[in-house]
Ligand binder design. Structure first.
Ligand code: X2X
Length: 337
């Protein structure tokens, strides 16, 4: 036998196999398998509803599109994950508009201190003109933001030292804030000493007193277990924060049109479901957290707003966002000083 014919014999059984049998991917594997990263524990409604949406997407696409959730900053801090999203290493990511503002500056606008009074103002604005404005800005930087923003919530302040009752209580407080210029600016204007730390390191920062306080919605205070390392919870409701679900544009464009539609539809539905869960939690968690040891106090917010005004906070940020954006915000919230 010549070398050639021996090789032909060796290859013959392979050649006889039907084509699908020599594919490297197992027959059940999805055609598109995308990673969805976020910074919240698996127990938070964002992950519960995103998981449900992922299951619906797998079903509705006949198994072609699989979305795998990576909760609790498993793929890295928010700052790292944003780079991975841009490079395409991660395809989907829910990120606070305020943190996204490190790439898309106008995306922090909903976080202006004491702008939104309640959800009755938040959702029409974020599903309407203000959200539309921010999504267009996100698109300019090459990312795709889905239509409905997911809820994080109105943020409350916890400390291990003393309750926050008046603005003077912030004086010198080492307050953990997420990594975003708006957060730092706002708490400096209130006299605190903000320390920028991603959420995946916030618990240990409080435990070791690198920071003595932090601020987050009750659903995060609960699921991240901040009550284990904090004593007081002051209901400052100082800003509303939400998570844009953003996709790497190239990854989204690779999906066939019908799959794109299914992903958008189911994720948007997930956001609407999740908003209801978070609203319910934020209005009912106080009892549970009090039993877990947090001492709650309510706060009169007008003096905080006045302190921000006196420090020039509103005029500074109005200048940064520009008149168009500021006008859209004030049309939704009323005048801001
Ligand atoms: O980092 C935080 O505090 C969090 C979880 O609320 C955000 O993602 C902004």
């Amino acid at each position: 036998m010549t070398l050639l014919s021996r090789r032909a014999v060796a290859l013959a059984p392979l050649a006889a196999l039907p084509l699908f049998a020599i594919r490297t991917r197992p027959a059940h594997a999805a055609e598109f398998s995308y990673k969805f990263a976020n910074n919240l524990p698996a127990t938070h409604p964002l992950n519960i509803r995103a998981n449900e949406a992922a299951r619906r997407i797998l079903d509705a696409t006949g198994g072609r599109v699989e979305i795998r959730l990576f909760p609790s900053s498993q793929l890295g801090s928010d700052t790292d994950t944003l780079s991975q999203l841009r490079s395409g290493a991660v395809e989907l990511f829910t990120i606070s508009g305020l943190i996204l503002s490190t790439l898309v500056p106008p995306a922090s606008i909903n976080g202006i201190g004491f702008a939104f009074k309640d959800y009755g103002q938040v959702w029409p604005a974020m599903d309407g003109k203000l959200g539309g404005f921010v999504r267009a800005e996100i698109a300019k930087r090459g990312l795709l933001a889905f239509e409905h923003i997911w809820d994080n919530g109105f943020r409350q302040t916890t400390t291990s030292t003393k309750p926050i009752v008046s603005p003077a209580d912030f004086a010198g407080l080492k307050l953990r804030v997420p990594v975003s210029p708006l957060w730092t600016s706002m708490f400096k204007a209130l006299g605190a000493a903000p320390v920028s730390i991603n959420i995946n390191e916030a618990y240990s920062a409080l435990q070791t007193h690198l920071a003595d306080g932090q601020e987050n919605p009750l659903a995060v205070i609960d699921t991240v277990k901040f009550y284990e390392v904090q004593k007081y919870c002051s209901l400052t409701s100082h800003m509303w924060d939400g998570y844009w679900l953003v996709a790497n544009r190239r990854a989204f464009d690779r999906l066939p049109a019908d799959a794109q539609e299914i992903v958008a539809r189911e994720m948007n539905r997930g956001a609407l479901d999740q908003r209801q869960d978070v609203a319910l939690l934020n209005s009912t968690l106080q009892d549970k957290l009090a039993k877990a040891g947090l001492a709650f106090n309510s706060v009169e917010t007008a003096p905080f707003r006045d302190a921000l005004k006196a420090a020039g906070f509103y005029s500074e940020w109005r200048g940064k966002y520009g008149e168009e954006a500021w006008g859209i915000l004030e049309a939704a919230t009323g005048g801001l000083g």
